[in-house]
Design a protein around this ligand. Structure first.
Ligand code: F3S
Length: 79
């Protein structure tokens, strides 16, 4: 199981994550990324299903500021 969120304090709005994983990420009014999957409001509370794990990893690997956080336990998320 994987949970994810964006560390907005380090996101530079580069815009590559939602291109890599459009089902998981979107951008707020300032262009900063956030996890929107299944209603998750960037809390890392919603499990990302297995069929999206490749996209998630691609987005994480492609983030120039390592702002995409992935944990395997919900209690390790920001919430
Ligand atoms: Fe921000 Fe990284 Fe996405 S800088 S826009 S979280 S790829």
């Amino acid at each position: 199981t994987k949970y994810s969120w964006v560390e907005k304090s380090t996101c530079i709005a580069c815009g590559s994550c939602a291109a890599a994983a459009p089902d998981i990420f979107d951008y707020d009014d300032e262009g900063l990324a956030e996890v929107i999957y299944n209603g998750d409001s960037n809390q890392g509370a919603v499990a990302i299903p297995e069929d999206l794990h490749d996209d998630l990893q691609d987005a994480c690997d492609g983030c120039p500021t390592d702002s995409i956080k992935i944990v395997s336990k919900q209690e390790d998320a920001v919430l």
